[in-house]
Design a protein around this ligand. Structure first.
Ligand SMILES: *Cc1c(COP(=O)(O)O)cnc(C)c1O
Length: 430
């Protein structure tokens, strides 16, 4: 069952590097966080992906979150096929966009109005511009290790890919711009208070991943989100939940619903496109009314609300209106975490997991994991060896120690069994 030899992927990676920087169109895909050759994917079905060499893997990446229903869900595929027969893009409004907007507003707490765009990055950049325009303030506050896409203002201490590559803030972000980005410590309200004290009346928005998923998976400490809500309300600051990852993932109403805290604005992406490129930002009507063409804050997109993307997203979200499906996802993910923990314990490896809904984190550390410092203290070298052993055993984890993992509705006993077998060998070999 060893999947270590991958001549086709090696040849493709070599070829890709001539015309695409690093051979990939998004950095973490290059496997630099774990070493070795990225697997080029040829096909996917259900909980499985197949690489160019014909190896099959249980997929715990799920396109970095969107594939919550599993790959090639028949209802989503047939809806896309029907849309293909009537056009792929018009650059003019369609009825399906209203349906998607209605659905988002009905399910996402505090969402009165919403604007669609084409990626999570666009959603967060636009939400910040809107927050600044609506408040007339320039500063934003984010948390170290939280990633909100690659917009300039947000590429400051942004976790994930940047953590993998050891650059706190990307070159190319002007210092004059970065100085308006304040960074606090996730799950630490004192660090937030200190920044509010220094910048009273100047902070346009606090943006947070309510369940951090780009420094591995770190759940919010009890009271943390409530504390942010209270501080933002007290200072006229807009609270933005970046639910690009957690939206429709940690529960049917995302993190806002799960934890009962309502933000002023929410950004979405990943799942709401069902695997096609969609982002969205929305929230309070008075704030959204500041957006062009009704208000002065400009935002636009040639492919925004693209018919194919809206079709995939709408069909996916309709299928997700199912409490039993979420309960099943959560149970499968709990079973996954406990079998991994059991195998680690049996092999005497210091290891901890975190879980929120069908999002999970794996840490080579005795735990507990309360925040960014705990994540940084994990044994990355051990993760790399574990990652490759799992890959050889037919299990595809995110190729970085700083990414969350995802379970789909198509993961079941067979997938968990293969994972257990691979993990037993992988932990023993550490
Ligand atoms: C993935 C992600 C983004 C960026 O979305 P893209 O579609 O990759 O631009 C933003 N915020 C969070 C929390 C994410 O997980």
């Amino acid at each position: 069952m060893s999947n270590t030899a991958c001549p086709q992927s090696e040849a493709l990676f070599e070829k890709a590097g001539h015309r695409i920087p690093g051979g990939v169109n998004s950095p973490v895909r290059a496997f630099r966080g774990v070493g070795g050759t990225p697997r080029f994917i040829a096909a996917a079905d259900g909980a499985w992906i197949t690489d160019a060499d014909g190896h099959r893997y249980v997929d715990y990446v799920g396109s970095w979150g969107p594939m919550i229903l599993g790959h090639q869900h028949p209802t989503v595929i047939s809806a896309l096929q029907a849309q293909l027969t009537v056009g792929v893009s018009y650059g003019a409004p369609t009825a399906a966009e209203i349906d998607l907007a209605e659905l988002l507003c009905n399910r996402v707490p505090g969402m009165d109005q919403v604007r669609l765009c084409s990626s999570g990055t666009e959603a967060t950049m636009s939400a910040l511009r809107l927050a600044r325009g609506a408040t007339g303030r320039d500063f934003i506050l984010k948390f170290e290790g939280c990633y909100h896409g690659h917009g300039d203002a947000l590429l400051v201490k942004a976790g994930s890919g940047l953590l993998t590559f050891g650059v706190p803030t990307s070159p190319g972000v002007p210092a004059d711009l970065a100085r308006y980005t304040l960074t606090a410590t996730f799950n630490d309200l004192d660090s937030v208070d200190a920044l509010f004290d220094q910048h009273r009346g100047q902070i346009a928005a606090v943006i947070v991943e309510p369940v951090a998923g780009n420094m591995n998976c770190v759940p919010p400490a009890p009271g943390f989100l409530e504390g942010l809500r209270q501080r933002c309300s007290a200072d006229g600051t807009l609270l933005i939940f970046d639910e690009v990852m957690s939206g429709f993932r940690v529960g049917p109403q995302g993190a806002a619903g799960r934890y009962g805290v309502t933000p002023d604005l929410t950004t979405l992406g990943k799942i709401i496109g069902g695997g096609l490129p969609v982002g969205a930002f929305g929230g309070r009507r008075d704030v959204m009314q500041q957006l062009s063409p009704v208000g002065p804050v400009y935002q636009a997109g040639t492919l925004s609300g693209n018919p194919l993307a809206v079709c995939a997203g709408l069909t996916t979200l309709r299928l997700l209106d199912d409490a039993a499906l979420y309960a099943g996802l959560e149970a499968t993910t709990a079973a996954l975490c406990s079998l991994l923990q059991a195998e680690a314990d049996a092999a005497g490896v210091a290891f901890t997991t975190t879980q929120v809904g069908s999002m999970f984190g794996l840490f080579f550390s005795p735990g507990p994991i309360g925040g960014y410092a705990d994540v940084l203290a994990c044994d990355v070298e051990r993760f790399k060896r574990f990652f490759h052993a799992m890959l050889a055993g037919g299990v595809y984890l995110a190729p970085s120690a700083f990414e969350a993992g995802f379970v789909s509705a198509r993961h079941g006993d067979a997938e968990l069994q293969q994972t257990r077998t691979a993990a037993r060998e992988a932990f023993r070999a550490l």
